[in-house]
Design a protein around this ligand. Structure first.
Ligand code: NAP
Length: 472
């Protein structure tokens, strides 16, 4: 752990293993409730000075983080691939994304404006100013271990907040590498603190603390709900980036090749382990067969293997439970009448024998009753559903508790607007399977969460508005 500018080792060791080979990558040291409280205290002590810095001063530190991340890009990408399995190409993209978040907020730190409000009495002057929320608890998942940390720490540090980061114990090494950078650039002590360990004790300390003013969480809806209810005890602010179940709709007037290309990129790039992954592929009946054929051809060419091998396009899943979930969803779908067009099995021979590999899989004849259309699969399975009309597909796409990302493909201009407005999701990609980037507001509606990360919107979650009325 890194607390108040010091690296501290506890007695409880934990091995991080490579999901492609089962080999040990490194050891981390688990903290408990007591050490988390030290981190909270350090963040509290550091807050007044950090908040009092000018935006330009804080921006200076963020720029130095950007420079170091650039210098260490390859080293960081290797760490990500080894700790959670994604291919080295995708890991490099993730480091690029982390760099862009720190860079964006290094710039955006200087644009935290307030308002002058017209008063209702001649002898009053009213202002609204924006101030940092205070000490932040940030909890991140394993699937984007570096960029999720950057998406929270960038705006938090830019606005003058101090932070305790708890990464997932499944993939904590990229956070350790990030904090080594903080140390190297001389980030003031206590401004950013790192705790790794079992979720229960760390969450207890963060959630029970009156000092921690806000929790920014990215992870499953299940855990998000627990944290929302715990936040009531101290009325903490919360930002929740939770699970998704994205519909991907292909209308019969769409460019099929573009849709196939985008679907495969979005789904396979992260081995299906992404909150914004297309999970229900609705294809209009007139083009269903042609779409399925083209998709199969594309999916069959995907090279699966150890992510460190430059040739591979898809790595392993993260652990045994991930494999079991995929197997359960495929079994349930086949039992209820789905057909396996491609894949459908765990890969366990030869080079795959010590890892968590699963074949890129396509299921056809999928229906709304199957588990795979209701729960996140978090694996490389593409379920194809047939639909007839626009009205029908919108109803079916919206009929779920999640509301994160959605996609549709069409060449009809009025449909582009009509369907975008009717989809009950925080994000819509139109003929665009990867509509994300540092400048966009990323986040969901319904049980996919609250708050937005990224762009100018990402600052709001770390700022309180204060009204000042002066009688003159
Ligand atoms: P998760 O099990 O909810 O874990 C997320 C984080 O919460 C990890 O750091 C985890 O630690 C911690 N955690 C687990 N139980 C906790 C508890 N009771 N109290 C406090 N913290 C707790 O999710 P995951 O499996 O890591 O990630 C996959 C999920 O994240 C999917 O649902 C995915 O859709 C979602 N996700 C959403 C976004 C988004 O931006 N909306 C982005 C990425 C992922 P440990 O892992 O150490 O237990």
């Amino acid at each position: 752990m890194y607390i108040n500018g010091e690296w501290i080792r506890t007695k409880q060791e934990f091995e991080v293993n490579n999901p492609a080979t089962g080999e040990k990558v490194d050891t981390v040291y688990f903290v408990g409730e007591e050490q988390t409280n030290w981190a909270i205290e350090a963040a509290k002590e550091a807050f007044p000075q950090w908040a009092s810095f000018t935006a330009e001063q804080r921006s200076f530190y963020l720029w130095r983080i950007v420079e170091k991340l650039k210098e260490k890009k390859e080293e960081l990408a290797q760490i990500i691939t080894k700790e959670m399995g994604k291919t080295i190409h995708h890991a490099r993209q993730e480091v690029g994304s982390a760099i862009s978040f720190f860079q964006w907020y290094a710039e955006e730190a200087r644009r935290v404006y307030g308002d002058v409000i017209p008063p209702s009495a001649a002898n009053k002057r009213i202002q609204a100013i924006r101030q940092p929320v205070g000490v932040i608890g940030a909890i991140t998942p394993w699937n984007f271990p570096l960029s999720m940390a950057a998406r929270k720490l960038g705006p938090a540090l830019a606005t003058g907040c101090t932070v305790i980061l708890k990464p997932s114990k499944e993939a904590p090494l990229s956070s350790v590498a990030l904090f080594k950078i903080f140390d190297e650039i001389g980030l003031p002590k206590g401004v950013a603190n790192l705790v790794i360990g079992s979720s229960g004790p760390i969450a207890n300390a963060l959630m029970n603390s009156k000092v921690v003013k806000k929790i920014s969480f990215t992870g499953s809806t299940e855990v998000g709900k627990i944290l929302i209810s715990q936040s009531a005890q101290t009325v903490k602010r919360v930002s929740m980036e939770l699970g998704g179940h994205a519909p991907f709709i292909v209308f019969d007037d769409a460019d099929i090749n573009l849709a196939v290309e985008g679907l495969v990129k979005s789904k396979i790039g992260s081995n299906g382990q992404q909150c914004v992954c297309p999970n229900r592929i609705y294809v209009q009946e007139g083009i269903y067969e042609e779409f399925a054929e083209k998709l199969k051809e594309k999916v069959q060419s995907i090279k699966v293997g150890n992510g460190l091998d430059e040739q591979n396009e898809m790595g392993p899943l993260t652990n045994e439970e991930a494999i079991e979930k995929v197997q359960e969803h495929v079994k349930n779908a086949v039992h209820l009448g789905a057909c396996i067009l491609n894949g459908g099995k765990r890969l366990s021979d030869g080079t795959y024998s010590n890892g968590y590999f699963y074949e890129p899989t396509i299921l056809s004849n999928v229906t709304d009753e199957m588990l795979i259309t209701k729960e996140e699969t978090f694996g490389p399975v593409i379920p194809l559903l047939k639909f007839q009309s626009e009205e029908e597909v919108i109803t079916r796409a919206n009929d779920i508790e999640f509301g994160l990302a959605s996609y549709f493909f069409t060449n009809d201009l009025s449909r582009k607007y009509r369907v975008s407005e009717q989809l009950d999701y925080g994000m819509v990609g139109v003929n665009d399977a990867i509509p994300f980037g540092v400048q966009v507001p990323f986040g969901g509606v319904k049980e996919s969460g609250m708050g937005r990360e990224g762009g100018k919107y990402g600052l709001d979650d770390y700022l309180d508005i204060k009204m000042i009325s002066v009688q003159i």
